[in-house]
Design a binder for this molecule. Structure first.
Ligand code: ADP
Length: 565
């Protein structure tokens, strides 16, 4: 029942009002002057105040004003009562100051009670709305905060704090099930006794396990019922509410709130708490899934790293015996050339050498890919003339095939770039090697080297500038359109190459990696059955290559074999 504070300096009046109100079941507080009324209003928060206007020291008008000025008492309804005859001016003054009613003599008891009831109803509705508002804000806050983080412990702490503050309970905790026991995810306000009592719970035997988790029931009541009358918890916390956390029909744990007050949750409060428990279940599940995924990702990364490490070691170790085989094959080749009786073995020794070279290249590719994977692939850059380097590599590559004629056309020279000479020669030999390999019928391979400030297909993330541009064109099998965009991925091979021409699909991946680490890019143009063009653009060193030192060559083609011989 509502509590009403009556304020009057006349004890007789207080007595009459008290009898009237108590007769209707209200609880009554009394004050004989304004300051006492203010003090009681602040400390006890009555639901309504009946206030005499005419009081010595501080009159009713001043009390109203002070009540309205104080955030803690601002919303308590006040009825001003006066023994004077009606005076419209005073009534308006009282209402303006914030009184809800102004009753004058003769005061009719029934009217007074009716007004009190009406004001209390309004106050109650207002209180409920406010409580709802607090709950909704808290719920929104909980949902927002718990979805904005995926750290399980932090999610738990935020949920508990939100639930405790929104319900005005003193303690709360989130407990997760683990092997027939409960493990605390987060708690607020627990004493060690409370923690221990919860940790001792064996779910299969305890009402929290049986009713809350298996039965999906929210339970509330005296702590002594939950933990036994002799439990030390019963002396600390009187009332407890325990709600299940269920996600897709799987019980994850419980939300617990406790208070030292005598408190029975209303239906609204339980609905609100269930909403929090549901939000908690989703948040906990999300955070768990994230942790699980994150753990798996870390495991995969570790495995991937171990694999790279393994490949790196293996490829290195296999190269030593290969080097020795190559050495002996070379020795035998030289002897065979001199010794007539060994001539028959010469062809076989050549094949051995070729195969050893192929295997060495494969192992180098494997090692490079593993180094890239482990982020140990280093570019050791210094000024390099790309035009001269291209000619050198083209010449070396010409020695590997008699079926192909490599033509090179250098328009500008020198083309100085800040580059790793070894890695750039790897790029060039990969591209020229592919041009040879994927035109199995032989034919021309045209290489063009030039300077350009507008090379084709420049991606948006490559800043403009001067580039050394090298294109390698072959007239071989070309590349089918499907899968062209995946050509630079690890282990990818075009459909027309698979099964016909051996390879691992690593060369272009490494090539692009090297080119990009030089601040450049690679592009491709191809027609299946007609051939392919691979282009590489590498930014030039700005201060290098003064204009007058450049040699502008007439457009024309030089055979690599001729120019270098
Ligand atoms: P590999 O040659 O060992 O397969 P690469 O990474 O060098 O690996 O090339 C990837 C794929 O790109 C090749 O398998 C082939 O399908 C295709 N490719 C590369 N260069 C050419 C080319 N010049 N002509 C036709 N296809 C090519």
């Amino acid at each position: 029942m509502a509590t009403i504070l009556i304020v009057d300096d006349q004890p007789d009046n207080l007595y009459v009002l008290e009898r009237l109100l108590k007769g209707k079941g209200y609880q009554v507080l009394q004050a004989e002057n304004g300051p006492a009324a203010l003090q009681i209003a602040t400390s006890q928060q009555p639901d309504l105040i009946l206030l005499d206007v005419m009081m010595p020291e501080m009159d009713g008008f001043e009390v109203v004003q002070r009540l309205r000025d104080d955030g803690g008492t601002r919303l308590i309804p006040v009825v001003l009562l006066t023994a004077n005859a009606p005076d419209e001016r005073l009534k308006i003054q009282g209402l303006k100051l914030g009184a809800d009613e102004y009753l004058t003599q003769p005061i009719n008891n029934n009217e007074l009670l009716a007004r009190v009831q009406a004001l209390l109803r309004t106050k109650q509705a207002q209180d409920e709305l406010q409580a709802r508002n607090v709950q909704l804000t808290a719920l929104l806050d909980i949902v927002q905060t718990s979805t904005s983080t995926l750290d399980l412990a932090e999610v738990g702490q935020r949920l508990v704090r939100g639930a405790v503050s929104a319900t005005q309970m003193e303690i709360g905790g989130l407990w997760l099930t683990h092997d027939n026991k409960l493990v605390c995810l987060a708690q607020e306000g627990y004493t060690p006794t409370v923690v221990q009592a919860w940790e001792r719970i064996t779910l299969s035997e305890h009402p929290i396990g049986v009713r809350v988790l298996q039965g999906r029931e929210s339970i509330y009541g005296s702590t002594s019922v939950l933990f036994g009358a002799d439990s030390p918890v019963a002396g600390e916390v009187h009332q407890a509410i325990v709600l299940p956390l269920v996600h897709r029909d799987t019980p994850l744990g419980v939300l617990h709130l406790g208070t030292r007050r005598q408190h029975t949750p209303s239906a609204d409060e339980l609905t609100f708490l269930r909403a929090i428990a549901n939000a908690a279940a989703v948040a906990v599940q999300n955070a768990r899934l994230f942790e699980e995924t994150d753990r798996q990702r870390q495991d995969l990364e570790r495995l991937d790293h171990e694999k790279d490490e393994f490949i790196s070691i293996i490829s290195h170790e296999l190269k030593n015996p290969l080097a020795s085989i190559k050495g002996y094959a070379g020795l035998l080749q030289r002897r065979s050339k001199k010794d007539q009786s060994l001539q028959a073995a010469l062809k076989g020794l050549e094949v051995i050498e070729q195969q050893v070279n192929r295997m060495t290249t494969l192992l180098d590719h494997l090692r490079d890919v593993s180094q890239i994977g482990m982020d140990r692939f280093v570019i050791d850059a210094a000024p390099v003339d790309i035009a001269e380097l291209t000619q050198r590599v083209a010449f070396e590559m010409q020695t590997t095939s008699t079926n192909h004629q490599i033509q090179i056309d250098v328009h500008d020279e020198p083309l100085i770039a800040e580059a790793d000479e070894f890695r750039m020669s790897q790029v060039l030999s990969n591209l020229i090697g592919n041009a040879i390999k994927y035109s199995p019928g032989g034919g021309a391979i045209d290489i063009v080297v030039r300077k350009s400030s507008a090379p084709p297909s420049r991606p948006a993330d490559i800043p403009p500038g001067e580039f050394a541009v090298i294109t390698v064109r072959d007239y071989g099998m070309g590349i089918p359109p499907e899968g062209r965009d995946r050509l630079f991925q690890r282990f990818f091979r075009a459909s027309n190459a698979q099964g016909r021409i051996s390879g691992m699909g690593l060369g272009l991946y490494i090539t692009r990696e090297i080119v990009q680490r030089h601040g450049g890019y690679i592009w491709l143009d191809s027609n299946e059955g007609e051939g392919s063009l691979f282009g590489v653009a590498i930014p030039l060193l700005r201060e290098a290559a003064p204009v007058d030192s450049q040699v502008e060559r007439p457009a024309g083609t030089t055979s690599v074999a001729e120019s270098t011989s």
